[in-house]
Design a protein around this ligand. Structure first.
Ligand code: GLU
Length: 389
């Protein structure tokens, strides 16, 4: 089967090593199987989504060498989500609830105090017309929850193996907020069906979502003319070298920060494509090589450790092996003569490509021939140790 995968970032921030890894696993899988890679912009949260972030995401993916075969935005597809929501409402799978967030908080606290799981009590399912009218008269607007079956949602995860989420142990998810906006859950399923996504590849923080989303897939599949349920792959999260979560450091690990520090896109993809796998962590010469080496069976279950120092080392090693033909144009952008001899001599000294400017001065700039008086003693010492000619 030719895979169709999607990377679905929300344009509410910059791409960082965490979401780039998800993009990369999707891209490598698609390219390794002659499949399609779709870029879906998850901008249903209109208030927090910006065009600048959307443009930044596309620029970063291009810079990293991850081209896409198709792209669309969720904000262009509200009519599809409305239709799906109406269908679910008519089937009784999407029901109105009127609790405020304070009331829900209180309910959860009470349940916890009784050592019970803080699962929504489904009061919304049993409201009488009079109760609904009373809420509406108060000015409350409903939010809408999807009624889970209470059965186990099962799938064979391409990374985690057999999975089973007992949907009786989670709250019916809210799909539409009281202000009428969609949470990501329903639009994602509608799009995945409509765009015939074959594999949903994302971080393991979505495992529980997948349980609920599988039931939404099943509820909508026939109505939307979908085929089979997609396969799922949930990759372990990235952690720092110390094993701690990266969330606080992600700001400094955005693509534009790394680009600014002179990190090569291929160094980033080589590292993110290999950490947490059984392959050696080494710079690879191209994205095609990374794609050819890709296999889900190589991805382990343990968190993948991201080490910035390792990225810097990999970056340097990548530069040391870069052939002249790959850097020729970049040298000329810096105003450095396009000389293969020069490149082959200096490349093994570089930590970042920008260092080449200093080496160009060393090699090409005229020597002043002046010796700083402060260095005179050093020069005398150096002269003394010179061998006799
Ligand atoms: N926009 C969602 C996220 O960034 C997409 C998750 C998914 O891949 O389904 O978490």
């Amino acid at each position: 089967m030719t895979p169709i995968v999607r990377f679905a970032p929300s344009p509410t921030g910059k791409l960082h090593v965490g979401n780039v890894r998800t993009a990369l696993v999707n891209w490598l899988y698609a390219r390794s199987r002659n499949g399609k890679f779709v870029l879906r912009i998850d901008d249903t949260d209109i208030a927090r989504s910006t065009k600048a972030y959307e443009d930044g995401i596309k620029e970063d993916l291009n810079w990293l060498g991850m081209n896409w075969d198709d792209s669309f935005k969720q904000s262009d597809r509200f009519d599809h989500y409305d239709k799906a929501a109406d269908y679910l409402k008519n089937c009784g799978r999407l029901y109105a609830c009127y609790e405020t967030s304070e009331e829900l908080d209180r309910q959860r606290k009470i349940l916890r105090a009784q050592s019970k799981p803080p699962i929504y009590n489904r009061d919304g399912l049993n409201l009488t017309d009079a109760q609904i009218k009373a809420y509406e008269d108060e000015g409350r607007k409903p939010h809408w929850r999807f009624k889970l079956s209470g059965n186990a949602a099962k799938w064979n995860d391409m990374v985690r193996g057999e999975q089973s989420i007992d949907t009786g142990s989670i709250s019916d998810p809210v799909l539409i907020r009281a202000d009428g906006t969609y949470l990501y859950t329903l639009p994602s399923v509608v799009d995945d069906i409509d765009t015939k996504i074959t594999h949903i590849i994302r971080g393991e923080d979505h495992v529980t979502n997948s349980g609920a989303q599988i039931e939404i897939f099943e509820a909508l599949m026939d109505e939307l003319g979908g085929g089979d349920l997609p396969s799922f792959a949930h990759t372990p999260l990235l952690v720092g070298k110390d094993g701690k979560g990266l969330s606080k450091r992600l700001g400094s690990l955005s693509m534009d920060q790394l680009r600014g520090r002179g990190i090569e896109p291929l160094a980033i993809c080589s590292l993110l494509g290999k950490i947490g796998t059984s392959d050696a962590i080494e710079a690879r010469p191209s994205m095609d090589v990374l794609a050819n080496e890709f296999a889900f069976s190589k991805i382990g279950r343990a968190p993948a450790r991201f080490d910035e120092q390792e990225l810097e080392h990999l970056n340097a090693r990548l530069l040391h092996s870069l052939p002249f033909k790959d850097v020729k144009d970049r040298l000329s952008v810096l105003g450095i003569p396009e000389s293969e001899e020069f490149w082959n001599v200096v490349r093994s000294n570089l930590n970042t490509f920008g260092d080449v400017a200093g080496w160009s001065t060393v090699v090409y700039a005229p020597m002043s021939g002046q010796i700083d008086v402060g260095d005179a003693e050093f020069c005398k010492g150096a002269a003394d140790v010179l061998p006799d000619v």
